[in-house]
Write a protein that binds this ligand. Structure first.
Ligand code: ZN
Length: 156
């Protein structure tokens, strides 16, 4: 965009010089020749202005996209900040849980995957027997220990 702006300003400067030439022309033929140059310079300036306008519109679209992306990231970070690290006492496994004081009405107690949380992603762990499983990265954490094996002696 800087190059286009410099080119447009250079075109305006040239046009001003041509106007001076027109005003100082000593003959009608010199004046007509300079007017022809001025018309060409004005057409070039118009094309540069249109290119600049297109670039500005493109940059405005990019800015709007970046603003939306920034807002989404801000909301995600705000949502993730509602959770705190939790270690399950039986197994030492780690997950994130929603802070009780920030739980909104209707929100059930749930846990987030620590792996995904570190990547800035919210992945709710799903209960599967004695473990919680992440549907996003397939991380599995055990929340309860295995019950002791029952060793029975064979009956002879
Ligand atoms: Zn995960």
């Amino acid at each position: 965009m800087l190059g286009e702006t410099v080119a447009a300003l250079g075109g305006v400067k040239s046009a001003i010089e041509i106007v001076k030439t027109i005003l100082q022309a000593k003959s009608e033929s010199d004046r007509l020749s300079a007017i022809g140059e001025l018309q060409a310079a004005l057409i070039e300036i118009q094309q540069q202005a249109m290119a600049l306008q297109a670039t500005v519109a493109e940059l405005q679209d990019k800015e709007a996209g970046l603003r939306r992306e920034n807002e989404a990231l801000r909301q995600r970070a705000s949502d993730l900040s509602r959770y705190q690290l939790l270690q399950f006492p039986e197994t030492g496994a780690i997950a994130y849980e929603l802070k009780d004081e920030l739980r909104t009405q209707g929100e059930v107690r749930h846990f987030l995957c620590a792996n995904c949380y570190q990547k800035g992603e919210k992945a709710i762990l799903q209960q599967h027997e004695r473990s919680l499983v992440c549907q996003s990265c397939t991380n599995r954490i055990y929340t309860k220990k295995m019950p002791p094996l029952r060793i029975s002696s064979p009956d002879f």
